[in-house]
Every structure is written in C-alpha cells, then in structure tokens.
Design a protein around this ligand. Structure first.
Ligand code: ZN
Length: 112
C-alpha cells in the first residue's frame, strides 16, 4: 500500500511508516477492457440492413473491429462476428436477388 508520497507500507497501516501521512492512494482498479465501437456498429448495421448498405458496411466494420480488438485487447468480438455473419447473409441475399431478377428479366424480354 502506497502513501501519497509513494512510500510502501503494510496493507493494514493507518499512517505512513516513513513520512507519517495518513492518506493513502486508492488501490488501482483493474479497468474493464473497452467495448470496440466498430464491433457494435457492425452488428447494428447487420440488423438494420438499410437496403444492403448496412450489410456491406457490417462486413467492412467487422473486419476493422476484429483487427482492432486483436491489437488493443478490447471486448466486442462476439458483436463483430455477429455483424460479419449478418452482413454476409445480407450480401448473399443481394447476390441471389440480383441473379433472380436478371433471370426473370431475361425470360420476360426474350421472345418465345
Ligand atoms: Zn509516506
């Protein structure tokens, strides 16, 4: 336990053995790792979809989030993965929809 002048003392000391002050520094709290905001944004965009704009952004943001989380040891890996999956599902749905429209349009305009 450190006094306000940074002298080391026993944990149960009421005043500093060295300088006599009775004020001690509060124990340093272990701060929880911050939640990565790109991970949250990624999942939200994956859910709101926004005509596939959200899906594309969700995929991009999840890659940014995962690299930031790995580098800074932040929380939110689950959010980023959820955003990535939702985004990929959205993008795949877009691909399938565009393909179907192309096929239908082709058949409508072809004679016979
Ligand atoms: Zn002291």
């Amino acid at each position: 336990m450190l006094c306000t002048n940074s002298h080391n003392n026993p944990v149960d000391a009421l005043s500093c053995r060295v300088c006599g002050v009775d004020t001690f520094q509060a124990p340093t709290l272990v701060q929880a790792a911050p939640l990565n905001s790109f991970a949250v944004a990624s999942m939200v965009l994956g859910i709101v979809w926004l005509y596939w704009l959200g899906s594309v952004l969700a995929v991009i943001f999840s890659f940014i989030a995962l690299s930031q989380i790995r580098r800074r040891a932040e929380r939110g890996r689950g959010f980023a993965i959820a955003g990535l999956v939702l985004g990929l599902v959205g993008v795949l749905t877009l691909a399938v929809t565009v393909t179907l429209f192309a096929v239908v349009a082709h058949h409508v305009h072809s004679p016979g």
